[in-house]
Ligand binder design. Sequence first.
Ligand SMILES: [Zn+2]
Length: 331
Amino acid sequence: MRKIAFLAGAALMISCGTTTKQPKAETANSLTETAVLAAPVTPEGVGAHLEFLSSDALEGRETGSEGIDRAATYIADHFRQAGIKPFYPQYRDTLENYQGYAANVVGYLEGTDPELKDEWVVIGAHYDHIGTVKAVDGDSIANGANDNASGTVAVMEIARKLAVVKDRRRSVLFALFTAEEKGLKGSAHLAKRLKDEGRKVYTVINFEMLGVPMTQDYLVYMTGYEMSNMARMMNEIAGEAIIGLLPKAKEYQLFRRSDNYPFYKTYGIPAHTFSTFDFTNFGHYHKAGDEYGLMDPGHMANVIERMLPLVEGVVNSKQNAVYLQETGGLE
Ligand SMILES: [Zn+2]
């Protein structure tokens, strides 16, 4: 999540690339692939991805660093094993709006409905973080386990599980954004690129900070809750109110603080962020203490499992079933 000024009423938001690497040959071991695809979403599986992505070895995944490039390679390897194809010739989508090297990691699954497969559902999360910060007890690495290795793992796991779903009417783009913490640069780049390519984006489902459970009586909140019918539709699919509105999210205008926003601006479509960071359940936002050991992989596996049918419902929904609605303004 881009920087939030907690003390001021107005939330100031500020929110990761390196040398170009040769793409690996597309020769994944088929035995490995089968095992990857069949594996259920488990706290252990989720925890393993999370632990790697938030390890000290990745140095806080700042845009332009060696650490974030290792994260990009890890995500691309996962996509390859899960049967998620590179959307561009390579998984890395190099930013044109950033000084120095920075790359999103983008893969896709093609839709099965001839009428709807030209519509894209973007499932996203930023995988960059802020690198190093002022040392606390000798630790200066802002590991970004919650922000946003957690959302990154959600996208990786949802991609893996959607790959084995037979009916996916729309096509699905899996985007791990870079340079979110530098000002939503990765998502702004990709939204513009897709638009310039004439792609139709149906909706955006973005994930941020899912590492610890909320203290509310619903599972996840959605930013821009009143701006579209998406939460209502998802709750209907779930048969219960698991997606809620967090007043604090509205107060801090979180709708504008993450990678859903450039898509909303560029396309004028329902584009939302889903999170379980409720301003009371985590005290290490943008600090060196945002570490793997504080994460709850059981909670995360639960969120991912329960979001899966909702994501599928959106991907398979009728034409224009998700739409913007009149509200009193942006959240
Ligand atoms: Zn952040």
